[in-house]
Design a protein around this ligand. Structure first.
Ligand SMILES: Nc1ncnc2c1ncn2[C@@H]1O[C@H](COP(=O)(O)OP(=O)(O)OP(=O)(O)O)[C@@H](O)[C@H]1O
Ligand SMILES: [Mg+2]
Length: 288
């Protein structure tokens, strides 16, 4: 469905001596995403997730490399390819002077939807994200969580076959987050391909069939959450050392228990999770 080959993005910027230097945000990324798959892109701040999504959604021109949708290069076919995709950006970018309904209406018009279809779809989507009562409210009156839900409705207006979500559930309360997860699952059941980025590793673990881990613009791992955990060791022993929390991974509970016995003190044993993998691979704990 989506194929990315040797994708590179370099940005030019001025350093503190006012000299122009280059920063490589994405460094030779190659991936394949299947139709109907929920695919996660993880990585620490500055890893290159948003830059990747911006290139995949034709908002930023790659420095080199190629992107294909259904084996067709997107370069040179931008207009038709934009009809296939919906984008939920990392930063909220509504027209703040318009109402909820007007923002959706504007987007539907950009996608050349007819009047009757537009109205039907807006009504359907506002019900879907539970904002129907706020159709005439000004966007600036919405809470952060409501704005995120509206971003999703906007991205879905033209029935995209691929949905890109850049940190869709940041700062949402647990209930709204779960509701958005349910929405994403439902889209996947309808064969919409979903690519999302998140710093909530649990979110990737529950939603994504496969995840790619980026670090400093490079792909450092790509697998299913289960396979990642098995490769690292299914059991984790963690304990407080002098200046930090320590982790060791084991293939069997038996080995983990033996190690814990040797360690004594207040260690604990549990199943490994994707967050452990993330820390091992990137050397960073998310959310701290
Ligand atoms: N327009 C730009 N000009 C210069 N450098 C940029 C630009 N956009 C991004 N970068 C740099 O590219 C790198 C990757 O940024 P990007 O926003 O893709 O990271 P990210 O993985 O989305 O991070 P976060 O988790 O913080 O959202 C960073 O070093 C960033 O400073
Ligand atoms: Mg980002």
């Amino acid at each position: 469905m989506i194929r990315v080959e040797s994708l590179v993005k370099k940005f030019q910027y001025r350093n503190k001596n006012n000299k122009i230097v280059w920063r490589t945000a994405v460094d030779g990324l190659t991936l394949d995403i299947r139709q109907g798959e929920v695919f996660g892109l993880l990585g620490p701040n500055g890893a290159g997730k948003t830059t990747t999504i911006r290139m995949l959604t034709m908002l930023t021109e790659p420095t080199s490399g190629e992107i294909f949708y259904d084996n067709t290069p997107i370069r040179g076919h931008e207009q038709e390819m934009k009809q296939l995709i919906g984008v939920v950006p990392q930063h909220i970018n509504f027209d703040q002077d318009l109402t909820v309904g007007e923002n959706l209406e504007l987007h539907a018009r950009l996608h050349h939807m007819g009047r009757v279809e537009r109205h039907r779809r807006i009504e359907e989507l506002l019900a879907y994200v539970e904002l129907a009562d706020l159709v005439n409210a000004n966007v600036r009156e919405l809470s952060g969580g409501m704005k995120r839900r509206l971003l999703i409705a906007r991205a879905l207006i033209h029935h995209p076959r691929i949905l890109f979500l850049d940190e869709p559930t940041v700062a949402l309360d647990p209930q709204v987050r779960r509701r958005i997860w349910e929405l994403i699952r439902q889209l996947a059941r309808e064969q919409v391909t979903v690519l999302l980025t998140t710093h909530y590793i649990e979110e990737a673990e529950t939603l994504c069939e496969r995840v790619a881990i980026l670090n400093k613009g490079r792909l450092i791992g790509l697998d299913t959450p289960q396979a990642f955990c098995e490769q690292m060791g299914r059991y984790t022993v963690e304990w407080d050392a002098v200046d930090a929390r320590e982790y060791r991974f084991f293939d069997t509970r038996r080995e983990a228990a033996d190690f814990m016995a040797e360690l004594g003190g207040s260690a604990s044993i549990r199943r490994s999770n994707l967050e452990d993998v993330f820390i091992e691979l990137t050397g960073r704990r998310e959310g701290l």
